[in-house]
Ligand binder design. Sequence first.
Ligand code: FES
Length: 115
Amino acid sequence: MNEFVKVATVEEIPPGQGRRVDVDGYRIALFNVGGTFYAVDDTCTHEEASLAEGPVSGEIVACPKHGSRFHLPTGRVLSLPAVRPVNTYEVKVEGSDVLVLPQPRKGVGMPHKVR
Ligand code: FES
């Protein structure tokens, strides 16, 4: 059974920023949205690009390569050219530590309607 793994401290990821973390074979992008942390697959579902390097606007990150936007709480893709959602991961904060459960949430991976 997987367990939460410490991947960063709160101070290392200021609000509005992301960082790539590698946990248990998963390449995960971790974001701080106004003090709430979200984790999604780091690799864009369109081509090879690191979402952790994309600009964050509220709960949305834009892929740095072609600009597809992803909703961080759900992984939904909000704009083309990507059409598939990214997996999301559970995150929790304990003290100043940020922990991720290295196990994609169930129910993701199905195509979502593109707006
Ligand atoms: S690689 Fe992300 S939108 Fe193309």
